[in-house]
Design a protein around this ligand. Structure first.
Ligand SMILES: CC(=O)SCCNC(=O)CCNC(=O)[C@H](O)C(C)(C)COP(=O)(O)OP(=O)(O)OC[C@H]1O[C@@H](n2cnc3c(N)ncnc32)[C@H](O)[C@@H]1OP(=O)(O)O
Ligand SMILES: O=CC(=O)O
Ligand SMILES: [Mg+2]
Length: 543
């Protein structure tokens, strides 16, 4: 019997068994049922090797950018870009996505998010989750309960009780990026892709209930770098639909366009996934990080202080407008991204936050986006107000905005250097944010408020990668100081002391700040830019 003649199950058996190697955690029996394990092992047997090749291809492409090439639209896919085709369609409950709240798969957060004044809740196994084994498993249990409308929570300290309201938001699960492994599950002796773990478990346990209530198995796919990776997902979806006797296109996904290479392949990504895709999303934080990473050897494209890289900068404006134009031409929605502000505790401070959020959302709505993200329920009404105004009575979205009259958006605009200053204050802030975020992440918390902003894996990547880039390219700060490894190391010592003061001696002593500082120093002074800080971070996650 050849490999091609084997059934999927036989393939799974011949290539080795799926093994849970993590310590037993609560919820494991509920999540790892025989059916769920079968699906996961079949997916691993069929798609793990191909995924490894796709990850290697990322490295090969990056080597070319490192040698001076610039990303561009692909010559051999011109027909796809110029062809006349549309995505298969958008289910009724995904037509109106004017405000989406996002958050990790923590039980209380899930209930609060589903009850917020939003259309969709994006339940996140990615940027906002530190994937401890317990959180990965418990997150699936929480989502199973949420899908069944049977989720509640009581805060034992305050006695506050949480339960779902009558008509909760639509649920979309964001799975991990393709580069992340789930080390607590092995297939043929290797850790499995986190993306397959999150996808298979959420799909298997919930598709039936979701479809029965008029919704469906909906996913956010993060950090794609090419249409070939989208093709890989299309194959995964097709196989799962066939296996569960579902009509083609039952699984629906939204892809984040949050890497610089992917912005040049938006048509192609929509095309590869056209049966299953309903939208693209401007994941601006990872996109900015990817701009730094992809162009890391290009001295003419060094970013300024993070605070100056706002959506009105030419390269980001071009990204948003091209995404809207591309999506609407193909009948897909064009989602906006996250303003990282979170509500301030004082009234005056909060008024300022809301003004900034309003400005950011207005820009997106004016560009033609169909909806946007908020990080906190306290911002939902503001975002809703803006999108209600732009979408207008009687419409669910802005699909009618085609941007046909726009001049073509060229590669040069998407790659345009970003003006702004590099300041000592900005560098020190980057260090403190990276320190505090890494400390939280390796302690098992993937999303934290720092200085009035939501910080997650994507925003923290910008902070640490910026410093790396300034060191490598021997940048001068606005006060004339040359950024060197030594300057960074000196500042790290000082800022670690400042962080101790900010968080207090007790939190500092009980936390993992020293380990965070060691990791930050390693990745910032290394000659090669580490692909993702969550890769070494994951090795430090002991649970
Ligand atoms: C780049 C990207 O990928 S963006 C997407 C990934 N990032 C995210 O999803 C960020 C999600 N946001 C968060 O995790 C949180 O808002 C944080 C951590 C930034 C701040 O959370 P907190 O410190 O708890 O904020 P705060 O104390 O103001 O919260 C008030 C209430 O709102 C709730 N809340 C805050 N954010 C959220 C959220 N995103 N979803 C649901 N509930 C939320 C809190 O649970 C709290 O509820 P309670 O009063 O019942 O206890
Ligand atoms: O995932 C979203 C982003 O901005 O990154
Ligand atoms: Mg992201």
């Amino acid at each position: 019997m050849t490999q091609a003649d084997m059934t999927n199950e036989q393939k799974a058996q011949t290539q080795g068994q799926l093994n849970i190697v993590g310590a037993h955690v609560e919820g494991q029996q509920q999540v790892f049922t025989e059916g769920a394990l079968n699906l996961l092992s079949v997916l691993c047997a069929n798609y793990m090797d191909e995924l490894e090749s796709l990850l290697e291809a990322r490295g090969e492409r990056q080597r070319k950018f490192d040698q001076g090439e610039l990303p561009d639209f692909l010559p051999h896919t011109r027909e796809v870009r110029e062809g006349n085709w549309q995505v298969r369609g958008i289910p009724a409950d995904l037509q109106d996505r004017r405000v989406e709240i996002t958050g990790p798969v923590d039980r209380k957060m899930i209930i609060n998010a589903l009850n917020a004044n939003v259309k969709v809740f994006m339940a996140d196994f990615e940027d906002s989750l530190s994937p401890t084994w317990e959180k990965v498993v418990q997150g699936q249990v929480n989502l199973m309960d949420a899908v069944r409308g049977d989720i509640s929570f009581t805060n034992e300290q305050t006695g506050k009780h949480y339960q779902l309201k009558e008509d909760p938001a639509v649920l979309i699960a964001r799975v991990r990026g393709l580069h992340l492994k789930e080390k607590h599950i092995e297939f043929a002796g290797k850790p499995i892709p986190g993306a397959l773990c999150d996808f298979a478990l959420y799909f298997y346990h919930n598709y039936h209930q979701l479809l029965a209530k008029g919704s469906g198995p909906y996913f956010y796919i993060p950090k794609l770098e090419s249409h070939l990776e989208a093709r890989w997902w299309a194959k995964v979806f097709r196989m799962v639909e066939e296996r569960f006797c579902l009509a083609p296109g039952t699984i629906k996904c939204t892809c984040l366009i949050e890497t610089l290479p992917a912005v040049f392949e938006m048509d192609e990504i929509l095309f590869e996934l056209k049966d299953n895709i309903v939208a693209l999303n401007c994941g601006r934080w990872d996109y900015i990080f990817s701009y730094i990473k992809t162009l890391k050897n290009h001295p003419d494209r060094i970013l300024p202080d993070r605070q100056q890289v706002t959506m009105d900068k030419p390269f980001l404006s071009a990204y948003s407008r091209l995404l809207v134009k591309t999506c609407h031409k193909r009948g897909a929605l064009a989602m906006g991204g996250m303003a990282a502000f979170i509500p301030a505790k004082d009234e005056a401070g909060n008024a300022q936050v809301l003004t900034k959020v309003r400005g950011d959302k207005e820009l997106e709505a004016r560009n033609g986006h169909d909806g946007t993200w908020v990080a906190h329920p306290g911002l939902a009404d503001t975002a809703m107000g803006i999108f209600n105004e732009y979408i207008g009575e009687g419409h669910a979205n802005q699909l009618h905005i085609t941007r046909d009259v726009d001049a073509p958006i060229l590669a040069a605009e998407l790659l345009a250097p970003c003006d702004g200053e590099r300041t000592e204050e900005g560098m020190r802030l980057n260090i403190r944010i990276a320190l505090r975020y890494i400390e939280a992440w390796i302690s098992g918390n993937g999303c934290v408020p720092i200085y009035g902003l939501m910080e997650d894996a994507a925003t923290a990547e910008i902070s640490r990668a910026s410093i790396w880039q300034w060191i490598q390219h021997e940048q001068y700060l606005s006060n004339g100081k040359l950024v060197t490894k030594q300057l960074f190391k000196d500042m790290l010592v000082q800022e670690l002391a400042n962080v101790k003061e900010e968080v207090g001696a007790e939190a500092f002593t009980h936390g993992k700040f020293t380990q965070a500082a060691v990791l930050l120093e390693q990745i910032t002074t290394a000659d090669e830019l580490v692909d993702f800080l969550t890769l070494p971070g994951y090795r430090m996650l002991t649970e």
